[in-house]
Design a protein around this ligand. Structure first.
Ligand SMILES: Cc1cc2nc3c(=O)[nH]c(=O)nc-3n(C[C@H](O)[C@H](O)[C@H](O)COP(=O)(O)OP(=O)(O)OC[C@H]3O[C@@H](n4cnc5c(N)ncnc54)[C@H](O)[C@@H]3O)c2cc1C
Length: 335
């Protein structure tokens, strides 16, 4: 019996009752409609890089989106239709090789293209919403597939209507890129690593991959720090009044006139939790390279992931009064 530990990058989670792998859009549609008809529980998975499933496993059908395909459509710029199961980073590599700019800073993010809108993936100054035109969505409520414009998806910082509860399956994405072999660098750490503010997109991709490798943020079987869900907490957004009461050295970025973004990594470190930290006897620890990543050091359980996550949240809450929100989706486990 397949376990969720085998299907997820955190490598925790008990057995699934059933696993169906869909390799075409039609198979993905049929698998979802069949699972919905039974009334049982169902879960769509791409690369399993943003979920933590409980140790008891999943008592329903896991539908693995493995449909592939990248097609250029007629339209302004470089309009692409990409199937849900296309591995995200292979898509990025392809677009960079073609000289199409727009997603090069999103290099190295694990997982599938179909999951990219779920939390509006972002890194190094780019977000999916910068280039997303629409998605094809099989709606759980209607059982119909429809094309939803990006503006109707509630996309925000690591958020979408789907992440907030709108149920269904993303069958494919339409993205609009630019025919341009150079890109603008909108992230200061990356600009200083590369030394310029605009660069060939191939160089941006390499620069991002190097930074990510140094943080254990690319999947690498040789790197135990990459056995994770990436960043475990989102950067909290708090009211400007509240932020004024924080210690003056707290890093802060203005989001708008009333809201301020804080660094979750800084808050965790300054709540006394250092890289490599683990609770006594636990097989789950903070990455040795990145304070924001919770990692499975081998033989870890979902319960241990939850325990460490809740401990970190409690420490940050008591030190700064800020409630950290987990970025991954927890299924059958309290995060
Ligand atoms: C080392 C590492 C680094 C990471 N770095 C980043 C980063 O820089 N930025 C970032 O934003 N994220 C990052 N992540 C998180 C993760 O890679 C992304 O969220 C990614 O988009 C998840 O894709 P997936 O296919 O693995 O999704 P999964 O984990 O399989 O699923 C995640 C959620 O999306 C749902 N879902 C998946 N596919 C579909 C579909 N076709 N239709 C409907 N729902 C679907 C699932 O049900 C689940 O709720 C990182 C993760 C790791 C392990």
């Amino acid at each position: 019996m397949t376990t969720l530990a085998e299907l997820t990058t955190m490598r925790v989670g008990g057995p699934a009752d059933a696993v169906v792998t869909a390799t075409t859009r039609d198979e993905l549609t049929d698998a979802a409609l069949a699972a919905w008809e039974t009334g049982d529980e169902w879960l769509v998975l791409g690369g399993g890089s943003n979920v933590v499933v409980g140790d008891a496993g999943f008592g329903g059908t896991v539908i693995r989106a493995a449909s592939r395909g990248i097609e250029r459509l007629d339209g302004d710029g470089v309009l692409l239709r990409v199937e849900a199961g296309e591995p995200w980073d292979e898509l990025v590599a392809h677009t960079v090789a073609q000289g199409w700019s727009g997603i090069e800073a999103l290099s190295g993010i694990p997982g599938s293209t179909g999951a990219a809108p779920i939390q509006n993936i972002g890194a190094y100054g780019q977000e999916l919403s910068d280039v997303l035109v629409a998605i094809d969505f099989l709606d759980y409520v209607t059982g119909q597939s429809e094309r939803l414009p990006a503006a109707d998806l509630g996309l925000g910082y690591r958020m979408s209507d789907m992440k907030a509860g709108r149920q269904g399956v993303v069958l494919g994405l339409e993205l609009r890129l630019e025919e341009s072999a150079s890109g603008v660098i909108r992230y200061s750490q990356l600009a200083s690593a590369i030394g310029v503010e605009s660069a060939p997109i191939a160089e941006i991709r390499e620069g991002v991959l190097a930074l990510r490798r140094a943080k254990g943020m690319v999947l690498d079987t040789a790197d135990p720090d990459s056995v994770s869900c990436g960043s475990f907490f989102t950067n909290p957004i708090v009211g400007e009044n509240f932020a004024r009461g924080l210690p003056p050295e707290t890093p802060q970025w203005l989001v708008d006139d009333t809201a301020v973004k804080l660094s979750a990594a800084w808050l965790i470190e300054h709540a006394g939790i250092t890289k490599g930290f683990r609770l006594p006897g636990s097989n789950v620890a903070i990455s040795s390279k990145h304070t924001l990543a919770i990692t499975n050091r081998g033989g870890g359980t979902a319960e241990e992931v939850g325990e460490l996550a809740r401990y970190i949240q409690a420490m940050v809450l008591s030190r700064f009064g800020v409630a950290l929100q987990p970025e991954p989706v927890g299924i059958g486990v309290e995060l």
